[in-house]
Design a protein around this ligand. Sequence first.
Ligand code: HEC
Length: 152
Amino acid sequence: MTENRTTISVASATLAFACVLAVPLVSAQKENTAPARTKKDNSVYAELTKAPRKAVARRNPLERDPDAVAAGANLFDQHCAECHGNMAEGGRKAPSLLADPVQQATPGTLFWILTNGVVRRGMPVWSKLPEPQRWQIVTFLKSLNPTPKPAQ
Ligand code: HEC
């Protein structure tokens, strides 16, 4: 009998102790998954979702032009690499263009972004580049088609 009681009180003491431990663990976990960072990361590409439907649907007239990729790569080197990185991988000044929101955007959406920029957030307007050159850049961006890195 006494032995049983001891077991029970040890068990409840352990339970109480476990609860005391668990509470800070749970709240620590919550802090780690604070939404602030995720929100910030996504908002870098938020402008892509704001393109008007007509712009989104616009076809790239140079989609199948065999020279457009090389020409677009050249233009990218000249105008975009300084912020977005030589391989469009992103840099200190601007986000990666290999990321899903950019790669999955329609050519028309990317053309719209280039034409209008996101000036208040540091992405310049490229309407001074003739339209065919903007489409060449779009063709180049679409050709990057990054494959996921193999697990290491
Ligand atoms: C002066 C630096 C700078 C240059 C040069 C630049 N960008 Fe950007 N770009 C940015 C920044 C900063 C953002 C993030 C803007 C934001 O937070 O929405 C951005 C965003 C983008 C996006 C994502 C759109 C979005 O939702 O913001 C695309 C696509 C893009 N740039 C393409 C290009 C291309 C193509 C060129 C070259 C013609 C270029 N950029 C040149 C700074 C630059």
